[in-house]
Write a protein that binds this ligand. Structure first.
Ligand code: ADP
Ligand code: MG
Length: 462
């Protein structure tokens, strides 16, 4: 009897482990920061909870697509922290209540200053990302020297376009340019994602006039990660007009993206050709020497800032430089871990110590699940998860789907039928076909090769 109760208790407590939505929300706020939280995550509510999935409500279709394409994997990861058994989220669109609309109306009176404030708030440049601490190497030499030239001779290279993979220093350079020019010019710095956010907000508030004015009056317009406009027609339309009117009045435009203009996916041709009309420079993956220089510089910074001597001998530095593969962001991440370890253990590290630390890091990041692959891939191609899993066969959906299946086969230990099931119950032969197709394409096609390698590094980075 006693046993039985115990059993039941255990059973019940497992089963009834329900979510406190309040706790979830406050953890969202911590992880994502108040800006993203207030604009997006706060508006999600819990509709129904099942053992392995949740139904959440969002106010609009756009809202759902946005959340799914930007934050879904992180949200799911967070939720799993509260309830391990969750593996999926469904969204339900529940129109905003009247009360909400009334509330917005009331606030419309202040809308002009509101928009201005929120844009200005976001327009802040990060003073830590300047030219002085940007280290020059073979892989970024051209991008760096032209970034400096652009500052000296405004409008000569227009637009100025920097491209390169994730974590290679694009945002750092854009910031450095903005900082250098901000005293003498009206500098506007914004990410394409943020541009979109204000665009949508202005449409909703019926306030496009202000939006247009605001962006068109800058004399230096810097926009980060322009690849984000992919597939978003009305945003492209608006961007095109902003771009033209800025060019017309001779403003300097500076843009970054993860690829060259002509390779931008699902972007209007006229935009691509405008973007390639000035100077395009690219940043390559860092070479060994640059990585060593960056490590030394970072150590020096820590030494100066904290008056703390961190002893990493040359062997260790060289080892870290040769082991980090994908980006400078990754390199700095690894270095921080190594430094943290040496602080705790207060000893001079050996290569063996480093090997162990790196093994830990790589083990940690290598927990790659089918879910994660699906999220990263759909995010990468700017399609929603449900589109990727759907029956539709158009190429912009079918290719990402096949790539995700291919990566699931290559990067997880799941069997073919298991993978098929995770892709809306497809047959294992479909998975085989996908693996074959993508294997072939990634051997023949440079674009595909690059996509696969970037997605892999995104997966390993997170
Ligand atoms: P991206 O925008 O291309 O994804 P970031 O500009 O955010 O990359 O760079 C990632 C990190 O690496 C940042 O912390 C940045 O300061 C640092 N970083 C990149 N390139 C350099 C460099 N050449 N010298 C010093 N730090 C760099
Ligand atoms: Mg960036």
């Amino acid at each position: 009897m006693e046993n039985q109760t115990k059993k039941n208790n255990v059973f019940i407590s497992e089963e009834e482990k329900t979510l406190s939505w309040e706790d979830v929300q406050s953890s969202f706020q911590k992880t994502f920061g108040s800006e993203i939280y207030n604009s997006w995550l706060q508006k999600i509510s819990l509709v129904k909870e099942y053992n392995d999935y949740l139904i959440l409500s969002v106010p609009t279709r756009f809202f759902r697509d946005w959340i799914v394409s930007r934050y879904l994997d992180k949200i799911l990861e967070q939720l799993k922290g509260f309830k391990q058994s969750l593996n999926r989220i469904e969204f339900k669109i529940v129109e905003e209540t009247r009360a909400n609309q009334e509330f917005e109306k009331l606030h419309e009176i202040n809308k002009v200053s509101e928009i201005k404030d929120s844009i200005i708030n976001y327009n802040r440049l990060n003073s830590n990302l300047n030219f002085d601490n940007f280290i020059k190497g073979k892989s970024n030499d051209i991008a760096l020297s032209y970034s400096q030239k652009v500052c000296d001779e405004l409008s000569r290279y227009n637009p100025f376009y920097i491209c390169g993979g994730v974590g290679l220093g694009k945002t750092h350079l854009l910031n450095a340019i903005g900082l250098k020019l901000q005293n003498e010019n009206n500098v506007m710095y914004i990410s394409a994602e943020r541009f979109m956010y204000h665009f949508i907000k202005s449409i909703k508030k019926n306030d496009m006039v202000n939006f247009k004015d605001f962006f068109r009056k800058s004399s230096v317009f810097i926009i980060d990660d322009i690849q984000f406009i992919s597939g978003k027609e009305s945003l492209q339309e608006e961007f095109f007009h902003t771009f033209n009117s800025l060019m017309e009045k001779g403003s300097q435009i500076i843009i970054s993206a993860d690829r060259s203009p002509m390779k931008l996916d699902r972007v209007q041709d006229r935009i691509k050709s405008r973007l390639s009309g000035g100077l395009v420079v690219d940043i390559d993956v860092p070479e060994y020497d640059l990585k060593v220089k960056i490590i030394r510089k970072k150590l020096e910074e820590i030494q100066n800032q904290f008056q703390e001597n961190i002893n990493l001998n040359d062997d260790v530095i060289n080892y870290i430089a040769s082991e980090s593969k994908t980006s400078i962001r990754e390199l700095i991440g690894i270095l921080n871990r190594v430094i943290a370890f040496s602080r705790v253990h207060k000893k001079n590290l050996t290569i063996l110590d480093c090997k162990n630390i790196l093994k830990d890091i790589f083990n940690q990041i290598r927990v790659i699940t089918v879910d994660k692959i699906q999220n990263v891939v759909s995010n990468y191609f700017n399609i929603s998860l449900s589109e990727m899993l759907s029956e539709r066969r158009s190429r912009p959906l079918a290719r990402p789907r096949q790539i995700a299946m291919y990566l699931a086969k290559k990067m997880t230990s799941r069997s073919l039928p298991e993978i098929g099931r995770r892709f809306a119950n497809r047959d294992h032969t479909t998975v085989i076909h996908a693996v074959k197709t993508i294997t072939r394409l990634s051997e023949q096609d440079d674009e595909m090769k690059r996509n696969i390698s970037q997605i892999k590094s995104l997966l390993l980075e997170q």
